[in-house]
Design a protein around this ligand. Structure first.
Ligand code: NAD
Length: 449
């Protein structure tokens, strides 16, 4: 099938590459000419395991092409994916300007029936807005004869395993009331639906809400565990034991039950916020969602509070080794990353940060430039040199079994703040470390103080 994808970001590029891999003929369009040019030359703009080979192979085979030429792109596709960003507006609601700009572009150039697929995460009612925009432009073109369907097809990939998630999706949600559109979508996704039925067809509004409900549910699990971790710390319990104790209940399960430094990334924070705003717009008080967001905001500053307390508030002139910049492992994405909240708080307190991340160094350089209080180090060992303590923010595999002797040797004093509970407190004590983790020791009377 001939497919057009608007937006070459995490979602658009992965989706385009995966569709090309199964044989579809895909054209990806972006307004970022530099990104398009570099992709044509084989430079992959983001880090995702398996993505580089997939893009290069399918590009070489002629099934995956990149352009800024929207007219040619619209002409190419039997279906048009909208996979552009929906960042938070000033008040936290999803900003639809990019989505509606693509809708306008499609309407400007379409010459036959089109199926327009909302892949971006968009609030309930967006498909209606996209339809209205297209109808308006077609009317201005005096092409009311052209028909179209707007389908909601939210994306559930996880950054860090985006290719695998798209190749083997748990489910494919299709929101449409049109039988024609449903048939085309079933044909498009048939290669991913062979093992067992994964396609769930529903009305458009339910599909739009399903995406937000999924992300908000996951964010709720994280905030709940962080709340339990704070309680565990104050009550002398160990959150890791509690996690195993409740995870073994099949109704709860082990996934997404880790306490840590709060959720980040380009999706959970903005999607929780956007659904709260949607609720406000219909005069509904989303009490649970507001609590999830508020717990997360506090959790992001917990590490800094622990560090500050350990050093009696005297952080000026101190140096900290920081392992992990990306918001989670296996990605270079630093959007809303807890590392940023911590780094900026340390700078405000007068400290210097020596950071290492396996994939996000370029991204950190792009965000912070040559900040005088940030040293980006080539290895995790280099980051340790003469630092007052080590702080672990992201649970990359490479951090899980480090050389503790070397850490102790390179740090000025053997102090570790672990935001991901990677190590056993007792073992760390035996190794001579002062070891702070999340929700596992009675180090603090009240972590909220
Ligand atoms: P992104 O910021 O990585 O990429 C968006 C791309 O769209 C950019 O390259 C931008 O230049 C391009 N763009 C903007 N306007 C355009 C236009 N008019 N025409 C063509 N291209 C245009 O975004 P992303 O992370 O891929 O997210 C896209 C959407 O998918 C968002 O709504 C997001 O919430 C949702 N989503 C993201 C993820 C994720 O893990 N990143 C997962 C599921 C859903």
């Amino acid at each position: 099938m001939k497919v057009t994808v608007f937006g070459i970001g995490y979602v658009g590029l992965v989706q385009g590459a995966v569709l090309a891999e199964v044989g579809h003929d895909v054209v990806c369009i972006d307004i970022d000419a530099n990104k398009v040019e570099r992709l044509k030359q084989g430079h992959i703009p983001i880090y995702e395991p398996g993505l580089e080979a997939l893009v290069k192979e399918n590009h070489a085979a002629g099934r995956l092409n990149f352009t800024t030429d929207a007219a040619a792109g619209v002409k190419h596709g039997e279906v048009q994916f909208i996979a552009v960003g929906t960042p938070p507006d000033e008040d936290g609601s999803a900003d639809l300007k990019y989505v509606l700009a693509v809708a306008e572009t499609i309407a400007q150039y379409m010459e036959a029936h089109q199926i327009i697929i909302d892949k971006s995460t968009v609030p309930v009612g967006t498909a209606d807005k996209v339809s209205a925009k297209i109808t308006q432009v077609l009317a201005a073109r005096q092409r009311d004869d052209l028909s179209f369907d707007v389908v909601s097809n939210p994306e559930f990939l996880k950054e860090g395993s985006a290719v695998a998630d798209c190749m083997r999706p748990d489910r494919i949600v299709i929101g449409t009331n049109s039988k024609t559109a449903e048939d085309v979508m079933r044909e498009l996704y048939a290669p991913f639906n062979r093992n067992h039925e994964k396609i769930i067809v529903m009305d458009v509004r339910s599909a739009e809400l399903t995406k937000y409900a999924a992300n908000c549910m996951l964010a709720t699990k994280i905030s709940f565990m962080n709340e339990m971790a704070n309680l565990a710390e104050m009550l002398g319990a160990d959150i890791e034991m509690v996690r195993q104790g409740i995870g073994s209940d099949q109704r709860i399960g082990y996934q997404f039950l880790y306490a840590g430094v709060g959720y980040g990334g380009s999706c959970f924070p903005k999607d929780v916020q956007a659904l709260i705003r949607t609720a406000v717009s219909i005069d509904f008080d989303a009490k649970v969602l507001k609590a999830v967001e508020s717990r997360n905001n506090e959790q992001k500053s917990l590490l800094f509070k622990n560090i500050s307390r350990h050093f009696n508030g005297e952080l000026r002139g101190k140096t900290f080794a920081l392992w992990g910049l990306s918001f989670k492992p296996n990605t270079d994405d630093m959007r809303e990353a807890p590392s940023r909240v911590l780094i900026e708080a340390l700078w405000t307190a007068g400290a210097v940060v020596q950071a290492f991340d396996p994939e996000a160094m370029e991204e950190a350089q792009r965000i912070y430039g040559s900040h005088e209080s940030l040293r980006l180090c080539g290895t995790k060992e280099e980051a340790l040199r003469n630092a007052n303590a080590l702080i672990i923010v992201t649970e990359w595999s490479a951090f899980k079994a480090p050389d503790f002797e070397l850490i102790a040797e390179r740090l000025l004093k053997p102090v570790i703040f672990d935001g991901r509970n990677l190590f056993e407190p007792i073992r760390m004590k035996k190794k001579g470390f002062q070891y702070y983790s999340i929700g596992r020791q009675c180090q603090l009377k009240n972590p909220n103080e």
